[in-house]
Design a protein around this ligand. Structure first.
Ligand code: AMP
Length: 542
Protein backbone atom coordinates (compact mmCIF):
# COMPACT_ATOMS: atom_id res chain seq x y z
CA UNK A 1 0.00 0.00 0.00
CA UNK A 2 1.33 3.43 -0.85
CA UNK A 3 1.21 6.27 1.65
CA UNK A 4 -0.72 9.48 1.31
CA UNK A 5 2.39 11.57 1.96
CA UNK A 6 3.86 14.13 -0.42
CA UNK A 7 7.07 13.19 -2.13
CA UNK A 8 8.71 16.58 -1.63
CA UNK A 9 12.34 16.64 -2.75
CA UNK A 10 14.86 17.43 -0.03
CA UNK A 11 16.90 20.26 -1.53
CA UNK A 12 19.29 22.93 -0.36
CA UNK A 13 17.04 25.35 -2.29
CA UNK A 14 14.16 24.60 0.08
CA UNK A 15 16.50 25.08 3.05
CA UNK A 16 17.53 28.45 1.61
CA UNK A 17 13.91 29.59 1.10
CA UNK A 18 13.00 28.46 4.61
CA UNK A 19 15.97 30.19 6.24
CA UNK A 20 15.23 33.45 4.47
CA UNK A 21 11.56 33.41 5.40
CA UNK A 22 11.76 32.17 8.96
CA UNK A 23 15.24 33.17 10.13
CA UNK A 24 15.83 36.14 7.82
CA UNK A 25 16.89 38.44 10.65
CA UNK A 26 19.58 36.11 12.06
CA UNK A 27 23.06 37.48 11.63
CA UNK A 28 26.19 36.36 9.82
CA UNK A 29 29.40 38.00 10.97
CA UNK A 30 32.64 37.52 9.03
CA UNK A 31 36.29 38.42 9.07
CA UNK A 32 37.60 38.79 5.52
CA UNK A 33 40.89 40.00 4.13
CA UNK A 34 39.15 43.25 3.10
CA UNK A 35 36.93 43.75 6.16
CA UNK A 36 37.69 42.57 9.71
CA UNK A 37 34.09 43.08 10.83
CA UNK A 38 31.50 42.36 8.15
CA UNK A 39 27.97 41.77 9.36
CA UNK A 40 24.64 41.20 7.64
CA UNK A 41 21.53 39.05 7.95
CA UNK A 42 20.48 35.80 6.32
CA UNK A 43 17.95 37.90 4.39
CA UNK A 44 20.78 40.06 3.00
CA UNK A 45 22.83 36.95 2.27
CA UNK A 46 20.17 35.22 0.22
CA UNK A 47 19.41 38.40 -1.77
CA UNK A 48 23.09 38.43 -2.74
CA UNK A 49 22.93 34.68 -3.44
CA UNK A 50 20.34 35.47 -6.13
CA UNK A 51 22.57 38.17 -7.61
CA UNK A 52 25.39 35.64 -7.66
CA UNK A 53 23.18 33.04 -9.35
CA UNK A 54 22.49 35.61 -12.09
CA UNK A 55 26.21 36.28 -12.34
CA UNK A 56 26.99 32.57 -12.72
CA UNK A 57 24.45 32.40 -15.51
CA UNK A 58 25.97 35.47 -17.16
CA UNK A 59 29.37 33.78 -17.03
CA UNK A 60 27.86 30.95 -19.04
CA UNK A 61 27.96 28.39 -16.22
CA UNK A 62 25.44 25.61 -16.69
CA UNK A 63 23.72 22.98 -14.57
CA UNK A 64 26.13 20.21 -13.66
CA UNK A 65 29.20 22.44 -14.05
CA UNK A 66 31.76 22.19 -11.29
CA UNK A 67 32.50 25.61 -9.84
CA UNK A 68 35.53 25.60 -7.57
CA UNK A 69 36.21 27.68 -4.47
CA UNK A 70 39.55 28.34 -2.82
CA UNK A 71 38.43 30.34 0.15
CA UNK A 72 38.34 30.68 3.93
CA UNK A 73 35.17 30.74 6.03
CA UNK A 74 33.28 33.93 5.35
CA UNK A 75 30.01 35.30 3.97
CA UNK A 76 31.10 35.30 0.32
CA UNK A 77 32.01 31.62 0.55
CA UNK A 78 28.59 30.96 2.08
CA UNK A 79 26.93 32.82 -0.82
CA UNK A 80 28.83 30.59 -3.24
CA UNK A 81 27.69 27.43 -1.44
CA UNK A 82 24.04 28.33 -1.96
CA UNK A 83 24.16 30.04 -5.37
CA UNK A 84 26.14 27.21 -6.97
CA UNK A 85 24.23 24.27 -5.48
CA UNK A 86 20.78 25.80 -5.87
CA UNK A 87 21.55 26.62 -9.53
CA UNK A 88 22.05 22.89 -10.06
CA UNK A 89 25.83 23.27 -10.28
CA UNK A 90 28.39 21.57 -8.07
CA UNK A 91 30.26 23.59 -5.47
CA UNK A 92 33.75 22.11 -5.46
CA UNK A 93 35.56 23.32 -2.36
CA UNK A 94 39.33 23.00 -2.61
CA UNK A 95 41.82 22.93 0.24
CA UNK A 96 44.24 25.77 -0.51
CA UNK A 97 46.87 24.17 1.72
CA UNK A 98 47.42 21.39 -0.79
CA UNK A 99 50.57 21.73 -2.79
CA UNK A 100 50.51 22.68 -6.48
CA UNK A 101 50.61 19.17 -7.99
CA UNK A 102 47.59 18.13 -5.92
CA UNK A 103 45.69 21.32 -6.72
CA UNK A 104 46.34 20.83 -10.40
CA UNK A 105 45.24 17.19 -10.24
CA UNK A 106 42.05 18.02 -8.38
CA UNK A 107 40.96 20.94 -10.58
CA UNK A 108 41.53 18.93 -13.76
CA UNK A 109 40.05 15.70 -12.42
CA UNK A 110 36.88 17.48 -11.29
CA UNK A 111 36.80 19.37 -14.61
CA UNK A 112 36.25 22.69 -12.85
CA UNK A 113 34.93 25.49 -15.08
CA UNK A 114 35.39 28.57 -12.88
CA UNK A 115 37.47 29.16 -9.78
CA UNK A 116 36.36 31.63 -7.11
CA UNK A 117 39.31 32.47 -4.90
CA UNK A 118 40.42 34.64 -2.01
CA UNK A 119 43.03 37.30 -2.81
CA UNK A 120 45.63 35.34 -0.81
CA UNK A 121 45.53 32.46 -3.32
CA UNK A 122 46.02 34.56 -6.46
CA UNK A 123 49.82 33.96 -6.61
CA UNK A 124 49.36 30.16 -6.37
CA UNK A 125 46.87 30.06 -9.23
CA UNK A 126 48.81 32.54 -11.38
CA UNK A 127 51.67 30.03 -11.42
CA UNK A 128 49.49 27.10 -12.37
CA UNK A 129 46.73 28.51 -14.58
CA UNK A 130 48.34 27.17 -17.77
CA UNK A 131 48.09 23.67 -16.31
CA UNK A 132 44.31 24.01 -15.99
CA UNK A 133 43.26 24.62 -19.61
CA UNK A 134 39.58 23.83 -19.07
CA UNK A 135 39.11 26.48 -16.40
CA UNK A 136 37.34 29.33 -18.19
CA UNK A 137 38.25 32.05 -15.74
CA UNK A 138 38.71 33.23 -12.19
CA UNK A 139 36.68 35.37 -9.79
CA UNK A 140 38.51 37.06 -6.93
CA UNK A 141 36.49 37.27 -3.74
CA UNK A 142 36.88 40.94 -2.97
CA UNK A 143 35.76 44.42 -3.99
CA UNK A 144 37.24 46.75 -6.59
CA UNK A 145 39.25 48.67 -4.00
CA UNK A 146 41.10 45.51 -2.94
CA UNK A 147 41.57 43.88 -6.36
CA UNK A 148 45.20 42.84 -6.76
CA UNK A 149 47.24 43.32 -9.93
CA UNK A 150 47.05 39.91 -11.49
CA UNK A 151 48.05 37.94 -14.54
CA UNK A 152 45.14 35.50 -14.13
CA UNK A 153 43.30 35.15 -17.41
CA UNK A 154 39.64 36.13 -17.74
CA UNK A 155 39.59 37.45 -14.21
CA UNK A 156 36.66 39.17 -12.48
CA UNK A 157 36.14 41.00 -9.23
CA UNK A 158 33.38 39.30 -7.19
CA UNK A 159 31.67 42.46 -5.96
CA UNK A 160 31.73 44.07 -9.39
CA UNK A 161 30.48 40.88 -10.99
CA UNK A 162 27.36 40.70 -8.84
CA UNK A 163 26.79 44.45 -8.32
CA UNK A 164 24.56 45.09 -11.35
CA UNK A 165 22.75 41.75 -11.30
CA UNK A 166 19.09 41.56 -10.25
CA UNK A 167 18.31 40.16 -6.81
CA UNK A 168 15.57 37.94 -8.19
CA UNK A 169 16.26 34.53 -9.70
CA UNK A 170 14.14 31.75 -11.05
CA UNK A 171 15.66 28.74 -9.26
CA UNK A 172 15.48 25.42 -11.13
CA UNK A 173 13.34 22.62 -9.70
CA UNK A 174 15.98 20.07 -8.78
CA UNK A 175 15.77 16.37 -8.24
CA UNK A 176 16.94 15.72 -4.67
CA UNK A 177 19.67 13.40 -5.98
CA UNK A 178 21.28 16.19 -8.01
CA UNK A 179 24.96 16.64 -7.12
CA UNK A 180 25.35 19.73 -4.95
CA UNK A 181 28.97 19.80 -3.80
CA UNK A 182 32.21 17.91 -4.01
CA UNK A 183 35.31 17.58 -1.94
CA UNK A 184 38.55 15.66 -2.53
CA UNK A 185 40.15 13.75 0.29
CA UNK A 186 43.83 12.86 0.59
CA UNK A 187 43.03 10.56 3.49
CA UNK A 188 43.58 7.56 1.23
CA UNK A 189 46.57 6.27 -0.67
CA UNK A 190 47.26 7.44 -4.21
CA UNK A 191 45.85 10.61 -5.72
CA UNK A 192 43.20 12.58 -3.81
CA UNK A 193 39.75 11.10 -4.34
CA UNK A 194 36.55 13.02 -4.99
CA UNK A 195 33.38 12.61 -2.95
CA UNK A 196 30.20 14.07 -4.49
CA UNK A 197 27.36 15.08 -2.16
CA UNK A 198 23.79 15.62 -3.30
CA UNK A 199 20.91 17.76 -2.06
CA UNK A 200 19.21 14.88 -0.29
CA UNK A 201 22.30 13.61 1.51
CA UNK A 202 23.09 17.17 2.61
CA UNK A 203 19.63 17.84 4.03
CA UNK A 204 19.43 14.50 5.83
CA UNK A 205 22.89 15.11 7.30
CA UNK A 206 21.79 18.58 8.43
CA UNK A 207 18.71 17.20 10.21
CA UNK A 208 20.66 14.48 12.00
CA UNK A 209 23.77 16.47 12.88
CA UNK A 210 21.80 19.34 14.43
CA UNK A 211 20.02 17.10 16.95
CA UNK A 212 20.65 17.59 20.68
CA UNK A 213 22.56 14.28 20.67
CA UNK A 214 24.96 15.81 18.13
CA UNK A 215 25.78 19.51 17.51
CA UNK A 216 22.65 20.53 19.47
CA UNK A 217 21.91 23.64 17.41
CA UNK A 218 19.05 26.08 17.78
CA UNK A 219 18.26 29.73 17.09
CA UNK A 220 19.78 30.47 20.52
CA UNK A 221 23.17 29.08 19.49
CA UNK A 222 25.83 31.46 18.23
CA UNK A 223 28.05 29.17 16.21
CA UNK A 224 31.58 29.83 15.01
CA UNK A 225 32.68 27.17 12.51
CA UNK A 226 36.46 27.10 12.62
CA UNK A 227 36.66 23.92 10.62
CA UNK A 228 37.29 25.23 7.11
CA UNK A 229 34.46 25.22 4.60
CA UNK A 230 36.81 23.27 2.29
CA UNK A 231 36.87 20.40 4.83
CA UNK A 232 33.65 18.45 4.23
CA UNK A 233 31.40 21.51 3.95
CA UNK A 234 32.63 22.89 7.27
CA UNK A 235 31.12 19.80 8.92
CA UNK A 236 27.76 20.92 7.53
CA UNK A 237 27.44 23.91 9.87
CA UNK A 238 26.92 26.33 6.99
CA UNK A 239 23.72 24.43 6.23
CA UNK A 240 22.60 23.61 9.77
CA UNK A 241 22.92 27.15 11.15
CA UNK A 242 20.49 28.55 8.54
CA UNK A 243 18.11 25.63 9.18
CA UNK A 244 17.71 26.54 12.84
CA UNK A 245 18.43 30.28 12.53
CA UNK A 246 21.66 30.23 14.54
CA UNK A 247 23.86 33.31 14.29
CA UNK A 248 27.04 32.47 12.38
CA UNK A 249 30.45 33.92 13.18
CA UNK A 250 33.00 33.21 10.45
CA UNK A 251 36.68 33.79 11.26
CA UNK A 252 37.92 34.02 7.64
CA UNK A 253 41.69 33.64 7.40
CA UNK A 254 42.07 34.07 11.18
CA UNK A 255 41.00 30.59 12.24
CA UNK A 256 44.38 29.80 13.81
CA UNK A 257 44.76 33.12 15.66
CA UNK A 258 43.92 32.66 19.36
CA UNK A 259 43.58 36.38 20.02
CA UNK A 260 41.17 37.03 17.16
CA UNK A 261 39.12 33.94 18.01
CA UNK A 262 38.88 35.12 21.62
CA UNK A 263 37.79 38.60 20.51
CA UNK A 264 35.19 37.16 18.13
CA UNK A 265 33.81 34.90 20.87
CA UNK A 266 33.47 37.78 23.31
CA UNK A 267 32.21 40.39 20.88
CA UNK A 268 29.54 38.15 19.36
CA UNK A 269 28.75 35.96 22.39
CA UNK A 270 29.73 32.77 20.57
CA UNK A 271 28.31 29.78 22.44
CA UNK A 272 29.48 26.86 20.28
CA UNK A 273 32.38 26.25 17.94
CA UNK A 274 33.92 23.37 16.05
CA UNK A 275 37.39 22.50 14.80
CA UNK A 276 40.43 20.23 14.98
CA UNK A 277 42.47 19.91 18.23
CA UNK A 278 45.33 22.13 17.00
CA UNK A 279 43.02 25.17 16.84
CA UNK A 280 41.89 24.71 20.44
CA UNK A 281 45.49 24.54 21.62
CA UNK A 282 46.10 27.94 19.99
CA UNK A 283 43.05 29.39 21.76
CA UNK A 284 44.01 27.86 25.12
CA UNK A 285 47.52 29.23 24.82
CA UNK A 286 46.21 32.71 24.12
CA UNK A 287 43.73 32.55 27.01
CA UNK A 288 46.52 31.40 29.34
CA UNK A 289 48.98 34.07 28.32
CA UNK A 290 46.49 36.96 28.19
CA UNK A 291 44.33 36.05 31.18
CA UNK A 292 41.27 36.60 28.95
CA UNK A 293 38.00 34.77 29.62
CA UNK A 294 35.34 33.43 27.22
CA UNK A 295 32.19 33.44 29.37
CA UNK A 296 29.66 33.01 26.54
CA UNK A 297 31.36 29.87 25.23
CA UNK A 298 29.47 26.75 26.32
CA UNK A 299 30.93 23.99 24.21
CA UNK A 300 33.48 23.08 21.58
CA UNK A 301 33.21 20.21 19.16
CA UNK A 302 36.54 18.55 18.47
CA UNK A 303 36.90 16.26 15.50
CA UNK A 304 39.16 15.34 12.64
CA UNK A 305 41.64 13.80 15.07
CA UNK A 306 41.55 12.32 18.56
CA UNK A 307 41.09 14.97 21.23
CA UNK A 308 43.91 15.14 23.80
CA UNK A 309 42.77 14.90 27.43
CA UNK A 310 44.53 18.15 28.25
CA UNK A 311 42.17 20.12 25.94
CA UNK A 312 39.09 18.65 27.62
CA UNK A 313 40.47 19.29 31.11
CA UNK A 314 41.80 22.79 30.60
CA UNK A 315 38.63 24.09 28.97
CA UNK A 316 36.44 22.49 31.64
CA UNK A 317 38.49 23.52 34.66
CA UNK A 318 39.67 26.97 33.63
CA UNK A 319 36.84 28.15 31.40
CA UNK A 320 33.78 26.05 32.19
CA UNK A 321 33.58 25.01 28.53
CA UNK A 322 32.51 21.48 27.64
CA UNK A 323 34.64 19.83 24.97
CA UNK A 324 32.74 17.22 22.97
CA UNK A 325 34.36 14.83 20.55
CA UNK A 326 32.96 13.85 17.17
CA UNK A 327 34.16 11.48 14.48
CA UNK A 328 33.50 11.33 10.79
CA UNK A 329 35.15 11.70 7.44
CA UNK A 330 34.88 13.40 4.06
CA UNK A 331 33.18 10.27 2.73
CA UNK A 332 30.52 10.60 5.47
CA UNK A 333 29.44 14.25 4.94
CA UNK A 334 31.13 14.05 7.65
CA UNK A 335 29.29 13.14 10.84
CA UNK A 336 29.32 9.52 12.04
CA UNK A 337 29.50 9.65 15.83
CA UNK A 338 29.13 12.36 18.45
CA UNK A 339 29.99 12.20 22.12
CA UNK A 340 27.26 13.85 24.17
CA UNK A 341 27.38 12.62 27.76
CA UNK A 342 24.37 10.57 28.82
CA UNK A 343 22.62 11.26 32.13
CA UNK A 344 23.98 8.06 33.70
CA UNK A 345 27.56 9.09 32.82
CA UNK A 346 27.29 12.34 34.75
CA UNK A 347 27.40 10.42 38.05
CA UNK A 348 30.55 8.46 37.14
CA UNK A 349 33.77 8.98 39.14
CA UNK A 350 35.93 11.67 37.47
CA UNK A 351 38.44 9.25 35.92
CA UNK A 352 35.69 7.02 34.47
CA UNK A 353 33.89 10.07 33.13
CA UNK A 354 37.11 11.30 31.47
CA UNK A 355 37.68 7.87 29.89
CA UNK A 356 34.29 8.21 28.22
CA UNK A 357 34.93 11.80 27.11
CA UNK A 358 38.06 10.63 25.29
CA UNK A 359 36.02 8.29 23.10
CA UNK A 360 34.71 9.35 19.71
CA UNK A 361 31.01 9.08 20.55
CA UNK A 362 27.88 7.20 19.58
CA UNK A 363 26.57 6.79 16.03
CA UNK A 364 23.88 9.29 15.09
CA UNK A 365 20.72 7.83 13.64
CA UNK A 366 21.20 7.33 9.91
CA UNK A 367 24.71 5.95 10.28
CA UNK A 368 24.70 2.19 10.41
CA UNK A 369 27.96 0.92 11.82
CA UNK A 370 29.79 -2.36 12.37
CA UNK A 371 33.24 -3.55 13.36
CA UNK A 372 34.86 -6.53 11.69
CA UNK A 373 37.86 -8.78 12.26
CA UNK A 374 40.42 -9.43 9.52
CA UNK A 375 38.27 -12.19 8.00
CA UNK A 376 35.23 -9.95 7.73
CA UNK A 377 33.40 -11.45 10.73
CA UNK A 378 31.30 -8.98 12.68
CA UNK A 379 32.72 -8.32 16.15
CA UNK A 380 30.61 -7.80 19.25
CA UNK A 381 30.06 -4.39 20.85
CA UNK A 382 31.63 -5.47 24.14
CA UNK A 383 34.02 -2.59 24.80
CA UNK A 384 37.01 -4.90 24.14
CA UNK A 385 36.92 -6.31 20.60
CA UNK A 386 38.66 -4.01 18.20
CA UNK A 387 38.10 -4.16 14.45
CA UNK A 388 37.79 -2.33 11.13
CA UNK A 389 34.96 0.21 11.21
CA UNK A 390 32.45 -0.06 8.38
CA UNK A 391 29.55 2.32 7.83
CA UNK A 392 26.57 2.78 5.56
CA UNK A 393 23.78 5.29 5.31
CA UNK A 394 22.19 8.02 3.20
CA UNK A 395 25.00 10.57 3.66
CA UNK A 396 27.86 8.12 3.11
CA UNK A 397 29.51 7.85 -0.27
CA UNK A 398 29.03 4.73 -2.34
CA UNK A 399 31.99 5.41 -4.62
CA UNK A 400 34.63 7.98 -5.53
CA UNK A 401 34.12 10.39 -8.40
CA UNK A 402 35.33 8.94 -11.68
CA UNK A 403 36.89 5.83 -10.09
CA UNK A 404 35.94 2.16 -10.33
CA UNK A 405 37.81 1.18 -7.21
CA UNK A 406 37.28 2.20 -3.60
CA UNK A 407 33.90 2.94 -2.09
CA UNK A 408 31.37 0.56 -0.64
CA UNK A 409 31.52 -3.27 -0.87
CA UNK A 410 28.76 -5.35 -2.47
CA UNK A 411 26.73 -5.26 0.76
CA UNK A 412 26.84 -1.49 0.79
CA UNK A 413 29.38 -1.14 3.62
CA UNK A 414 32.04 1.52 3.32
CA UNK A 415 35.33 0.70 5.05
CA UNK A 416 36.54 3.78 6.90
CA UNK A 417 40.18 2.77 7.40
CA UNK A 418 39.72 3.33 11.13
CA UNK A 419 39.93 0.61 13.76
CA UNK A 420 37.74 0.87 16.84
CA UNK A 421 35.94 -0.91 19.62
CA UNK A 422 32.35 -0.22 20.65
CA UNK A 423 30.71 -0.51 24.07
CA UNK A 424 27.40 -2.33 24.33
CA UNK A 425 25.59 1.03 24.27
CA UNK A 426 27.37 2.19 21.13
CA UNK A 427 30.22 4.35 22.45
CA UNK A 428 33.03 4.10 19.92
CA UNK A 429 36.72 4.38 20.63
CA UNK A 430 39.19 4.59 17.78
CA UNK A 431 42.17 2.39 18.56
CA UNK A 432 44.17 2.45 15.31
CA UNK A 433 44.04 3.18 11.60
CA UNK A 434 44.51 0.76 8.72
CA UNK A 435 44.95 3.48 6.09
CA UNK A 436 48.56 4.44 5.59
CA UNK A 437 48.26 8.19 5.97
CA UNK A 438 49.18 10.69 8.64
CA UNK A 439 46.94 13.45 9.96
CA UNK A 440 48.80 16.50 11.18
CA UNK A 441 46.94 19.59 12.39
CA UNK A 442 43.83 18.29 10.64
CA UNK A 443 45.52 17.86 7.24
CA UNK A 444 46.55 14.62 5.57
CA UNK A 445 50.13 13.69 4.73
CA UNK A 446 50.95 10.67 2.56
CA UNK A 447 53.41 8.37 4.32
CA UNK A 448 53.95 6.51 1.05
CA UNK A 449 55.08 9.63 -0.81
CA UNK A 450 57.51 10.41 2.00
CA UNK A 451 58.85 6.83 2.03
CA UNK A 452 59.35 6.90 -1.74
CA UNK A 453 61.24 10.14 -1.38
CA UNK A 454 63.39 8.77 1.47
CA UNK A 455 64.41 5.58 -0.36
CA UNK A 456 65.56 7.64 -3.33
CA UNK A 457 68.38 8.91 -1.12
CA UNK A 458 71.49 6.99 -2.18
CA UNK A 459 72.36 6.03 1.41
CA UNK A 460 68.93 4.65 2.36
CA UNK A 461 68.09 0.93 2.08
CA UNK A 462 64.59 0.95 3.52
CA UNK A 463 62.35 3.56 5.10
CA UNK A 464 59.04 3.84 6.89
CA UNK A 465 57.15 6.95 7.85
CA UNK A 466 54.57 6.80 10.62
CA UNK A 467 52.42 9.36 12.37
CA UNK A 468 53.62 9.61 15.97
CA UNK A 469 51.65 11.51 18.63
CA UNK A 470 52.64 15.17 18.85
CA UNK A 471 51.37 17.63 21.49
CA UNK A 472 50.69 20.48 19.07
CA UNK A 473 49.83 18.85 15.75
CA UNK A 474 48.18 15.64 17.10
CA UNK A 475 50.50 13.67 14.82
CA UNK A 476 53.69 14.48 12.94
CA UNK A 477 55.50 12.28 10.42
CA UNK A 478 58.41 10.39 11.94
CA UNK A 479 60.94 8.83 9.54
CA UNK A 480 62.52 5.50 10.42
CA UNK A 481 65.36 4.72 8.04
CA UNK A 482 67.65 1.75 7.55
CA UNK A 483 70.92 2.82 5.93
CA UNK A 484 72.79 0.78 3.31
CA UNK A 485 75.83 -1.06 4.60
CA UNK A 486 78.82 1.21 5.05
CA UNK A 487 76.74 4.40 4.65
CA UNK A 488 76.45 7.06 7.27
CA UNK A 489 74.53 10.33 7.09
CA UNK A 490 73.33 12.75 9.74
CA UNK A 491 69.70 13.38 10.66
CA UNK A 492 69.99 16.90 9.22
CA UNK A 493 71.22 15.52 5.89
CA UNK A 494 68.40 13.00 5.82
CA UNK A 495 65.66 15.53 6.61
CA UNK A 496 67.23 18.14 4.32
CA UNK A 497 66.77 15.62 1.46
CA UNK A 498 63.02 16.33 1.52
CA UNK A 499 63.50 20.08 0.99
CA UNK A 500 61.84 21.19 -2.24
CA UNK A 501 60.65 17.62 -2.96
CA UNK A 502 57.52 17.73 -0.81
CA UNK A 503 55.46 20.51 0.79
CA UNK A 504 57.35 22.00 3.75
CA UNK A 505 54.76 20.92 6.32
CA UNK A 506 55.02 17.33 5.07
CA UNK A 507 58.74 17.03 5.89
CA UNK A 508 59.22 14.50 8.71
CA UNK A 509 59.64 16.33 11.99
CA UNK A 510 62.31 13.85 13.11
CA UNK A 511 64.27 10.86 11.92
CA UNK A 512 65.58 7.74 13.64
CA UNK A 513 68.17 5.45 12.01
CA UNK A 514 67.34 1.83 12.84
CA UNK A 515 69.06 -1.52 12.17
CA UNK A 516 65.93 -3.02 10.62
CA UNK A 517 62.17 -2.51 10.30
CA UNK A 518 59.48 -5.00 11.41
CA UNK A 519 57.66 -6.82 8.58
CA UNK A 520 54.32 -8.62 8.39
CA UNK A 521 53.96 -12.18 7.13
CA UNK A 522 53.31 -10.83 3.64
CA UNK A 523 56.55 -8.84 3.71
CA UNK A 524 55.00 -5.38 4.22
CA UNK A 525 56.47 -3.05 6.80
CA UNK A 526 54.36 -3.44 9.93
CA UNK A 527 53.21 0.11 10.62
CA UNK A 528 51.06 -1.16 13.48
CA UNK A 529 54.15 -2.39 15.34
CA UNK A 530 56.04 0.79 14.58
CA UNK A 531 53.17 2.99 15.78
CA UNK A 532 53.17 1.02 19.06
CA UNK A 533 56.96 1.18 19.43
CA UNK A 534 57.07 4.93 18.89
CA UNK A 535 53.88 6.02 20.65
CA UNK A 536 55.94 7.82 23.32
CA UNK A 537 58.49 9.27 20.91
CA UNK A 538 60.17 12.41 22.27
CA UNK A 539 60.25 15.03 19.51
CA UNK A 540 63.34 17.20 19.36
CA UNK A 541 61.18 20.30 18.65
CA UNK A 542 59.03 19.95 21.78
P1 AMP B 1 38.73 13.62 6.82
O1 AMP B 1 38.13 12.85 5.71
O2 AMP B 1 39.87 14.48 6.40
O3 AMP B 1 37.69 14.36 7.60
O4 AMP B 1 39.39 12.58 7.81
C1 AMP B 1 38.63 11.54 8.40
C2 AMP B 1 39.52 10.72 9.29
O5 AMP B 1 40.04 11.54 10.35
C3 AMP B 1 38.84 9.58 9.99
O6 AMP B 1 38.69 8.45 9.16
C4 AMP B 1 39.78 9.33 11.15
O7 AMP B 1 40.92 8.60 10.75
C5 AMP B 1 40.21 10.74 11.51
N1 AMP B 1 39.33 11.27 12.57
C6 AMP B 1 38.27 12.07 12.43
N2 AMP B 1 37.73 12.36 13.63
C7 AMP B 1 38.47 11.72 14.56
C8 AMP B 1 38.42 11.62 15.98
N3 AMP B 1 37.52 12.26 16.71
N4 AMP B 1 39.35 10.84 16.59
C9 AMP B 1 40.28 10.17 15.87
N5 AMP B 1 40.39 10.24 14.53
C10 AMP B 1 39.49 11.01 13.88
Amino acid sequence: MLSTMMNTPLTITSLMHFAEKVHGASEIVSVTADNPNHSYTYRDAFARVRKLANALKALGAEQGDRIATLAWNDYRHLELYYAISCSGMVCHTINPRLFPEQLEFIVNHADDRWIFLDVAFVPILEKMQELMPKVKGFVILTDEAHMPETGLRNVHCYETLIADKPDTFDWPQLDENTASAMCYTSGTTGNPKGVVYNHRSTILHVYASSLPEAFNLSSRTVVMPIVPMFHVNGWGLVYSAPMVGAKLVMPGPKMGDGEILCNLINEHKVSASAGVPTVWLALLQYLDSSGQRVPSLERLTVGGAACPQMIIEEFAQKHNVEVQQAWGMTEMSPLGTYNQPRPNELDLPADEFMKNRLKQGRPIFGVDMRIEDEDGNELPWDGKSSGAVKVRGPWITESYYGLDNGGADEDGWFETGDVACMTSDGLMQITDRTKDVIKSGGEWISSIDLENCAVNHPAVAEAAVIGAPHPKWTERPLLLAVLKEGESITQEEMLGWFDGKVAKWWIPADCVFVESLPHTATGKISKKDLREDYQDFKWSDV
